[in-house]
Design a binder for this molecule. Sequence first.
Ligand code: NAP
Length: 403
Amino acid sequence: MEICEIGELPPIGVVPQYMHAQVLRRERYGTPISAFQSERIKVPEIKDDEVLIAVMAAGLNYNSVWASVAYPVDMIQLIQQRGELKDNFYIAGSDCSGVVYKKGINVSNVNIGDEIVVHGGWFDPNDTFIRNGGDPTISKTFRAWGYETSYGAFAQFCVVKHFQCLPKATHLNWDEAAVYMVSGVTAYRMLHHYQPHTIKHDDVVLIWGGAGGLGTMAIQLVKAADAIPVAIVSNDEKAIFCQNLGALTLNRSHYDFWGALTPEMVKPENQEEWRNLAKQFLKEVLKITNGRQPRIIIEHPGESTFPTSLYVCDRDGMVITCAGTTGYMGSFDLRYLWLQNKRIQGSHYANPEECIKLNNLVRDKIISPILAETYNFEKLPYALQLMYENRHPAGSMALRIGY
Ligand code: NAP
């Protein structure tokens, strides 16, 4: 078989020669609307420990926006330099649901025809650090699949390591199953990994971007831990959306003191100005939490919010970050760090064990994917452009490919 049309699948186990894929090339890097283009690409070969998946639906994540604008990293160049990409194009996409069509000879955990979801934690299992029991997430071979590797989810077929395949929850449709893994496992690790600052009953947890992919998963995980999520959003519509998920909410657009601190701003003669504004914000948080400061802050906007996150965090609490969406200058007033014994923690994705735990929470219907909208295959550039401009709908977006 030469190629299948979008929305169709070949008979189970029959792999066509070519596939339709949404492709990035270095010469057209830029905003998603023009950088991503549909092309006909050869279906890739797999290695002995890999699996070829027919993608039914892909989930959209912010890392595809990073890949598109080649900032902060030119991904094609980086992967080529690492010797991990021979092609002069790249297929992004870090979340998907699909069907196993082919597997390498060393793969025993899945069979042809299995319905699965993919988690994006790619690594080399032969890495000595991992073989000696190290957490794969902090190994030098760890890669965000579909961002730091090619042949991701935005095509009719994708390539994954066998351990990235997890059983699809039977109560979810393909689109729902495609949209929760990246944001879900990242939020899961942020809340459950970093002892002693793991989430406890009745903790107040402040979540930036509560209506986003990460935010909607974090709200549910906080609720599942019998704790109190406080979602920060930018409009009333998103506030209602988060309240319906069980969060207390606060609208950040009522404030205008965001951005990095400068040395001038923390000088004794100037410090009152910023502090008074931050105090106002904290007061509003305390009003809705009955006077309790957040013990954990889920950070990802970065530059615009980091000083406030550290200020608002409770004594002995933790600001944990997985991104710098608004910029990389993470500034703060050191006095609030050491005098109040606070912790700043970085966190990136999750290890396979955490991915399994998150997937089981979904299979047990404790956590639900929050599917905002499904787009047809050719609409990917448009949907990612919405994300780039922060005009995308609350929740997560899916791309329908195989059905
Ligand atoms: P998303 O769905 O686009 O949500 C991001 C949210 O950030 C938006 O809903 C927006 O909410 C909020 N936001 C935008 N500008 C803001 C600003 N200036 N100040 C405060 N909040 C702002 O994206 P996502 O999937 O949740 O991902 C968020 C970030 O985490 C991205 O950078 C992504 O790459 C990163 N991430 C990292 C990992 C990892 O493993 N390291 C994994 C998943 C995601 P409002 O406008 O309503 O405030």
